[in-house]
Design a protein around this ligand. Structure first.
Ligand code: NDP
Ligand code: MG
Ligand code: MG
Length: 332
């Protein structure tokens, strides 16, 4: 059984006199900074001058300064800017202002694990990765609950790294839901695998293949859309809340028998072999090199050509109409 913690297992005392510098005030930075401040920690915000976030963070009542100053003034430097720029911002502003005994803290371990940041040996390297988007991190906190998180210490220079890690996790509310111990390596490799094979990549491709199968067989695209895409969430919600058998118990007998016998025909051993290939490309660094070089060559255009294919696909065209019918005010 993995090592876990809940709220009552943790005290904020060991870090209550430390300053947490949250670098970035975006999806995670905004939510985590406000939760930590509401939990009583000393929080300051490091941002680039002239960016959109500076005014927002100030309007929310935070003390805002340059990344360099926030690094100088903070004890725990919690880096919540986009992963692909962490290396450069570290090189220019964080690294030169870091001193012995501080902590570099992350919500995703990629920058350290793949050495986009080469951190010195006289600081702590810690991670608190909430398993949910920033909006949920804030919403659940305000509901007196939290978003579960996985936590890790990669380098314990001070001997106090776990106090810092667990303190942050408690202050953002995650310990109310529960914390699980991991490592930087495990977090990066499983996070990337999940989003490639199952969550984002796997789900999008599965839904698209199912949609094409029905439409190519002559069924109406609107019906296909509802059947294979819209309803997926209802099933996934059941799996999340009640487990796989909990879902089987809640669908019709025909769905239960049909799904139990046909599911493995669709997602068969060849499919699993492909998943293993995807995992190997993550583990051996192939994906990391490809992504870095694409990002350096094309920036955000690296994925635009793939998204354009979806824009032109019938599933997106019909999907827009169907979503407009259900939610007239919603934006894409
Ligand atoms: P965002 O894309 O939301 O970060 C944007 C923020 O970074 C803005 O405040 C922006 O400021 C600031 N920023 C951009 N460039 C700079 C710079 N050069 N110097 C200082 N600040 C800068 O990031 P996320 O919240 O999505 O991700 C942060 C971390 O959290 C990543 O490591 C990610 O993997 C991890 N994570 C994210 C999750 C999520 O829900 N998105 C879930 C779990 C982990 P401005 O507006 O002024 O440009
Ligand atoms: Mg993930
Ligand atoms: Mg991820």
């Amino acid at each position: 059984m993995a090592k876990t913690w809940k709220d009552n297992d943790i005290s904020l005392d060991p870090i209550k006199d430390q300053t947490v510098s949250v670098i970035g005030y975006g999806i995670q930075g905004d939510a985590q900074a406000n939760n930590m401040k509401d939990s009583g920690l000393n929080v300051i915000i490091g941002l680039k001058e002239g960016g959109n976030s500076w005014k927002k963070a100030e309007a929310d009542g935070h003390k805002v300064m340059s990344v360099a100053d926030a690094t100088k003034q903070g004890d725990i430097i919690h880096i919540l800017i986009p992963d692909m720029i962490q290396g450069q911002v570290y090189k220019d502003e964080i690294g030169p202002n870091l001193s012995e005994g501080k902590a570099l803290s992350f919500s995703h371990a990629a920058a350290i694990y793949w050495k986009w940041i080469e951190a010195p040996s006289n600081v702590d390297l810690i991670m608190v990765a909430p398993k949910g988007p920033g909006s949920k991190v804030r919403e659940t906190y305000l509901d007196n609950f939290g978003t579960p998180a996985i936590v890790a210490v990669e380098q314990d220079f001070t001997g106090k790294s776990w106090d810092r890690t667990l303190g942050i996790a408690k202050a953002i509310g995650s310990a109310r839901a529960g914390l699980i111990k991991t490592t930087f390596k495990e977090e990066v490799e499983t996070d990337w695998f999940g989003e490639q094979a199952d969550l984002c990549g796997g789900a999008a491709s599965m839904v698209t293949n199912a949609f094409e199968t029905l439409v190519e067989a002559g069924y109406q695209p609107e019906i296909a859309y509802f059947e294979v895409l819209h309803e997926l969430k209802l099933i996934v919600d059941m799996i999340q809340r009640y487990g796989i058998n909990g879902m089987w118990r809640r669908v019709s007998e025909t769905a239960r028998y049909g799904g139990l016998t046909r599911g493995p025909m669709v997602m068969d051993s060849a499919n699993k072999e492909n998943m293993k290939k995807v995992l190997t490309m993550i583990q051996d660094g192939t994906f990391n090199s490809e992504w870095i070089s694409e990002y350096q060559k094309n920036g955000k255009d690296a994925f635009d050509k793939y998204m354009k294919q979806y824009d032109e696909h019938q599933i997106e065209k019909v999907g827009k109409d169907m979503r407009k019918m259900m939610w007239p005010d919603s934006t894409e």
